[in-house]
Design a protein around this ligand. Structure first.
Ligand SMILES: NC(=O)c1ccc[n+]([C@@H]2O[C@H](COP(=O)([O-])OP(=O)(O)OC[C@H]3O[C@@H](n4cnc5c(N)ncnc54)[C@H](OP(=O)(O)O)[C@@H]3O)[C@@H](O)[C@H]2O)c1
Length: 278
């Protein structure tokens, strides 16, 4: 199988490049191809002739998207649609990365794949609109919704907490947003399996279990042996430009239908801390 990964220099992209073995994998970053450039996108797809395209490229700065709406939609929606059109014309299968932020967070039980999208942020809207338009271009495309991604090789929540904990005695972390942390390595492994199983439609992929950012931070600090105190605060106390869903736990049923079971986020965090220190 030949695979083209777009966004190969990102957090997930790097994990995909490391974890994918046994197939011919070509990974490209924004310097190789900007997904806003339709001609260039077509050129690389014709040149690489992939069976699968994994579209991990995105403008992922959730707060930045609020002040750069045009860029958010140009990359996350229009760029993705351009890749989908090219994939369709070249006869390639497409796996697109989407987000738990397509939901509004008003539910109190895990979001199912058929639940209404009602994004509250620009980033969430750009992903929700991409999902809808991609399914119109390629009804059989695979949309992988993930959340709270962490891993080595880029900025992520555990990395930030570890750096802050090393210099501060007290950290305030929000306790009224609940979601599912997801290790880039585990997500990459699931994506490889989904492609091998010719997955179609929306599939929700996160590590198992859920927590608040405060609970996540407490576990991160516990794993280091540092004495930093982690204090729960409310979203209101930590105002940020983009609204976040207060609850974005996603059901694992769609993933289980491919017989893929994810490890717990605590297990994943332990492996991340080992990888980071090694
Ligand atoms: N991070 C999360 O918590 C999270 C949660 C849910 C869903 N997701 C989704 O999962 C996917 C992977 O996320 P990630 O955390 O790995 O993202 P990331 O680390 O920010 O990487 C994004 C990748 O996209 C590339 N890129 C940015 N703009 C581009 C453009 N115009 N054309 C081509 N490439 C471009 C970046 O290149 P450079 O590195 O060179 O800029 C980088 O390779 C994204 O679709 C993201 O929206 C992420």
């Amino acid at each position: 199988m030949k695979v083209l990964i777009l966004g190969a220099t990102g957090l997930l992209g790097q994990a995909l490049m490391r974890e994918w073995s046994g197939d011919e994998v070509v990974g490209l970053g924004v310097d190789d191809v900007d997904i806003r450039n339709a001609e260039k996108v077509w050129e690389v797809i014709v040149k690489t002739r992939p069976e699968w395209i994994v579209l991990a490229a995105a403008y992922t700065d959730v707060d930045g998207c609020e002040s750069n709406q045009e860029l958010a939609f140009a990359v996350n929606r229009d760029g993705a649609v351009q890749v989908a059109r090219a994939a369709k014309n070249a006869g390639a299968k497409l796996l697109f990365l989407s987000s738990d932020y397509v939901f509004d967070g008003t539910k109190t039980s895990p979001y199912e794949i058929g639940d209404n999208r009602n994004p509250q942020s620009v980033y969430g809207r750009s992903k929700a609109e991409a999902e809808i338009q991609l399914l119109e271009v390629i009804p059989t495309c695979c949309i992988v919704r993930t959340a709270w991604l962490f891993g080595t090789g880029g900025k992520c929540f555990p990395d930030t907490i570890l750096k802050l904990a090393a210099t501060r005695p007290l950290l305030d972390v929000v306790n009224d947003q609940r979601g599912c942390p997801t290790y880039s390595v585990d997500l990459a492994r699931a994506i490889v399996q989904l492609c091998r199983k010719s997955a179609k439609g929306i599939v929700q992929v996160t590590n198992a279990g859920d927590c608040s950012w405060f609970e996540f931070a407490r576990e991160i600090v516990k794993g280091t042996g540092l004495s930093t105190e982690v204090r729960p605060v409310s979203t209101q106390q930590m105002a940020r430009p983009a609204p976040r869903p207060s609850y974005s736990v996603m059901s694992a049923k769609s993933l289980a239908s491919y017989e893929i079971i994810m490890p717990t986020w605590q297990d994943a965090l332990g492996r991340y801390l080992q990888e980071r220190s090694g």
